[in-house]
Design a protein around this ligand. Structure first.
Ligand code: AP5
Length: 220
């Protein structure tokens, strides 16, 4: 069944880590708005440079910038069998925009998986994160280090630390999450589209939890 899965949760909840694995298992695209914006920033496009200034500080980019990008991405043929949205929607306005896209394209109602993690572990997860500059594989120097320092196990790419993974930007990102994104829990709960998932434990344990939940809900 074609379905859009939304991975919701605070910064560092493990959305990207899980979305990569689950998308591979389900054979559907993983659409990360953070990755799209970082890629645009690396290519120094107008959008990318404007977004980078906001992202580096930990602020959200405006709804009217990000929403059309997601609309275009979801219109591509590879999303016909569903997709995982990681980092979108992040505001009520984005959720309403997405509702309209899903209705228009016939992709149906989304299933929202809310990864729950204690705030204490978020800072440690984010400050320890390293990402492969070529394939995007996600590591953590504390819990999931690469075999060789600063080198990706998968393709030998250089591992980098995100510009917004410093304590000042993390504080602003957490505030943006509380102010703008937390209301989405209520929004989707009222529509009976939300499932809470315990985001603590090893990444493998969390993948198992997500897959068994999807199985229960007939998505596998
Ligand atoms: P985005 O890239 O979406 O960042 P985020 O939401 O802050 O989430 P993160 O990527 O930091 O965390 P994650 O939950 O994916 O965690 P991960 O799996 O990497 O957005 C960045 C910026 O882009 C925003 O601030 C904004 O400016 C802009 N933006 C993007 N979308 C937007 C939108 N829709 N509207 C407006 N602006 C938007 O894991 C984190 C670390 O923890 C890793 O090191 C990982 O290895 C480790 N880890 C993962 N799982 C575990 C585990 N189980 N145990 C221990 N460690 C773990």
């Amino acid at each position: 069944m074609a379905q859009i899965l939304i991975f919701l949760g605070p910064p560092g909840a493990g959305k990207g880590t899980q979305a990569r694995v689950v998308a591979r298992k389900l054979g559907i695209p993983h659409i990360s708005t953070g990755d799209i914006l970082r890629e645009a920033a690396a290519k120094r496009t107008g959008l990318g440079l404007a977004a980078k200034a906001k992202m580096d500080k930990g602020e959200l980019v405006p709804d009217n910038v990000i929403s059309p990008i997601v609309e275009e991405r979801l219109s591509r043929p590879d999303c016909r069998n569903g997709a995982i949205l990681d980092g979108f929607p992040r505001t009520i306005a984005q959720a309403e925009f997405l509702d309209r896209i899903l209705k228009r394209t016939g992709l149906g109602e989304p299933l929202v998986l809310n990864l729950q993690v204690e705030t204490d572990s978020i800072i440690r997860r984010l400050t320890g994160r390293r990402t492969c500059s070529t394939c995007g594989e996600i590591y953590n120097i504390h819990v999931n280090p690469p075999r060789q320092d600063e080198v990706c196990d998968k393709d030998g790419g250089k591992l980098i630390q995100r510009a917004d993974d410093n304590e000042d930007a993390i504080r602003i990102r957490l505030k943006a999450y509380e102010q703008d994104t937390l209301p989405l829990i209520d929004y989707y709960e009222k529509k009976h589209l939300l499932r809470h998932v315990d985001g603590s434990g090893s990444p493998e344990e969390i993948t198992e939890r997500l897959l068994s939940l999807l199985k229960q809900d007939d998505h596998l």
